[in-house]
Design a protein around this ligand. Structure first.
Ligand code: 13P
Length: 241
C-alpha cells in the first residue's frame, strides 16, 4: 500500500527534525508492505531528498508547469526541474488548484510533460458537494478521467487519487458502500493498464480502520494528518493491524 503525504503549503527547514521518527519507522519491520512518499512544498524537496538518502522514502512535487523546457514563467517550476531535485512523483490536478482555474485540458498537458520527465503521476479527481448532491459524481469523474488522460502514454505509471472535494480538510469521509462503488466505477474506466487507486480526504488514525476495509484501494493521499509524524506512522501501522 502507498501512503503519500501531501504537505500542501506547510513546513519549513525545522520540519526536517520531525522526519527522524518516520525514517526510523521506514527501516523497521513494522512498516510491512507500506511505501512512503512525501510531497513537501518545492522549497523542501532538496532538503527532504538529502534527508531520505539512506532510506526508501520517496519524494514528489505538488504540481508542475506544463512546459518541458526552461522559460519565462515567473513563479513556476517544470517537471524536469522536479526530477532534477530528486522527486520521482508529482501530484497533478489537486482540487485546490482546480478551484483556482486549473482546467482538465491544462492538467492533461502537465501530465504529458511529467511523463516525459519520467515522473510518476498522481492525478487527483473528485466531485464538489454541489455536484454530489445533484447526483453528478460519476459524470464529473468520467469527464475528469477522459480529458485529463487524453492521449497520454499508455505505458506511464499512473496513480488516480479519488479526493471528494467535500471531504478535504472537513473530517468527513464517504460512506463505505458509496466509496466502494465509486472506486469500482473509476476502475471500470481503464481497460488496459490499471492505475493504482488512492483515496484522499480527511484520512486520519481513527477513520483508517474504516478506510482500510475499502476494496481495491492501493493506498492513501494524506494531507493534514501527514504533517504529524506520529499520526502518519499510526495510519500506516493501523492499515496492517
Ligand atoms: P486532508 O487529509 O487534510 O483532508 O487533505 C487531503 C488532501 O487534499 C490530500 O491531497
Amino acid at each position: 500500500m502507498y501512503f503519500i503525504a501531501n504537505w500542501k503549503m506547510y513546513g519549513n527547514i525545522k520540519s526536517l527534525n520531525t522526519l527522524n521518527k518516520v525514517i526510523k519507522f521506514s527501516k523497521s519491520k513494522e512498516i510491512k508492505k507500506g511505501r512512503l512518499i512525501y510531497c513537501p512544498p518545492f522549497t523542501l524537496i532538496i532538503p527532504f531528498f538529502k534527508k531520505f538518502q539512506n532510506c526508501l522514502i520517496d519524494i514528489g512535487g505538488q504540481n508542475c508547469h506544463e512546459n518541458d523546457d526552461y522559460g519565462p514563467h515567473t513563479g513556476f517550476i517544470n517537471s524536469k526541474m522536479l526530477k532534477n531535485s530528486g522527486a520521482n512523483y508529482v501530484i497533478i490536478g489537486h482540487s485546490e488548484n482546480r478551484e483556482k482555474g486549473e482546467t482538465n485540458k491544462l492538467i492533461n498537458q502537465k501530465i504529458k510533460s511529467a511523463i516525459r520527465a519520467k515522473l510518476k503521476v498522481i492525478l487527483c479527481i473528485g466531485e464538489t458537494l454541489e455536484e454530489k448532491n445533484k447526483g453528478k459524481t460519476k459524470l464529473i469523474l468520467s469527464k475528469q478521467i477522459k480529458l485529463c488522460l487524453d492521449k497520454i502514454n499508455k505505458k506511464a505509471t499512473l496513480f488516480i487519487a479519488y479526493e471528494p472535494v467535500w471531504s478535504i480538510g472537513t473530517g468527513k469521509i464517504p460512506k463505505t458502500k458509496e466509496l466502494e462503488n465509486t472506486i469500482r466505477f473509476i476502475k471500470s474506466k481503464f481497460k488496459k493498464k490499471m492505475p493504482k487507486i488512492l483515496y484522499g480526504g480527511s484520512v486520519n488514525p481513527k477513520n483508517i480502520y474504516n478506510l482500510k476495509m475499502i476494496k481495491d484501494l492501493d493506498g492513501f493521499l494524506i494531507g493534514g494528518a501527514s504533517q504529524n509524524s506520529k499520526n502518519f506512522i499510526d495510519i500506516v501501522k493501523k492499515t496492517y493491524n
